[in-house]
Design a protein around this ligand. Structure first.
Ligand SMILES: Nc1ncnc2c1ncn2[C@@H]1O[C@H](COP(=O)(O)OP(=O)(O)OP(=O)(O)O)[C@@H](O)[C@H]1O
Ligand SMILES: [Mg+2]
Length: 290
């Protein structure tokens, strides 16, 4: 029998009147203690989130890369970060990951550890098998070798890479190697997956396959953010954070809000432009792992 790898609480809604999710939860619990609830309050999701509050960054004083960015990232979406070269896409990913402290504003991450990053250039060990590259993520979680191999093979199948499982990494095409990197990222059970320019080095058809793989991640319990120049990748995403767009200061930057007018361009059904070729790429390792 198989179980889902990520067993976080799904995007459960909680009632709240003002305040961020922490206050929301406390208010909710307080009401529950008295056997009460308040159905009139606006629901907000309490699943994994990354909240950016009036975010801005400059490496050189006075040279602002971007500023006043406020948004909330959730699961069940695919976020594109777009903008010209040098506009700060990779910088924004680093800030969302918590690896770089923004010079303005702040980021609140809830339930998203571990964070994984998939680089533009797929780096692997040339003579190691594809399977090894993915199994290592499961082993790092404490799986026994045989279990890790099984889970990795299953994940590679879902990414249409089953036939390449025993090939050395060096034998993979660029698109295959990039998809192996995505699979490796997933194998470590991330809450937040940051993908930097995944199609930049690929021809159109390999890029389309990578885009399909990215779309197939929608619905997994993972927040996925993709920095990209690729119009097709952008169109495959459900939301866009465009660093080329001017931003406006938030009226209240002191505390987290919910339901704010996100800076996203909501692309609605555009994810259907690149239909997923696989149903659920979420790894499904065996129960009773050690
Ligand atoms: N550690 C750093 N110290 C100083 N400047 C930096 C640092 N990292 C990035 N920069 C500068 O910040 C700017 C934004 O860089 P970033 O890599 O985030 O852009 P990008 O939008 O990802 O570009 P590309 O599309 O080329 O990948 C660039 O001018 C870059 O030189
Ligand atoms: Mg970059």
């Amino acid at each position: 029998m198989f179980m889902n790898l990520r067993d976080r609480e799904p995007g459960r809604d909680a009632a709240v009147r003002g305040g961020g999710p922490v206050e929301v939860k406390l208010a909710h619990e307080r009401l529950a203690m008295h056997g009460e609830s308040d159905p009139g309050l606006a629901p907000i999701p309490v699943g994994p989130t990354v909240e950016a509050i009036d975010l801005g960054h400059e490496f050189v004083a006075g040279h602002r890369l971007f500023d006043h960015r406020s948004f909330i990232l959730r699961t069940n979406a695919l976020y594109a970060v777009t903008g010209p070269s040098g506009s700060g896409k990779s910088t924004l990913l680093s800030i969302l990951a918590g690896w770089l402290t923004p010079t303005l504003g702040r980021v609140i991450r809830r339930g998203v550890d571990p964070v994984r990053w998939v680089f533009q250039n797929p780096h692997g060990v040339p003579r190691r098998s594809t399977l090894d590259h993915v199994a290592v993520g499961f082993i790092a979680q404490g799986y026994r070798r045989a279990e890790a191999d099984r889970a990795a093979r299953d994940l590679l199948e879902r990414f249409s890479l089953g036939q390449a499982a025993d090939s050395p990494f060096a034998a993979l095409s660029g698109g295959e190697a990039q998809r192996v990197m995505l699979a490796r990222g997933l194998a470590s059970n991330p809450g937040l997956l940051l993908v930097d320019e995944p199609t930049a080095q690929l021809d159109r058809s390999a890029a389309d396959e990578v885009n399909r793989t990215l779309v197939s991640l929608i619905g997994s319990n993972i927040i996925v953010v993709v920095a990209t120049h690729d119009l097709q990748t952008r169109q495959a995403c459900t939301h866009v954070i465009d660093l080329a767009e001017p931003s406006t200061p938030s009226p209240d930057s002191d505390r987290p809000r919910h339901g704010y007018p996100n800076e996203f361009e909501e692309l609605g059904s555009s994810a259907e432009a690149v239909p997923p070729s696989h149903s659920d790429p979420k790894p499904t390792p065996p129960q009773g792992r050690s």
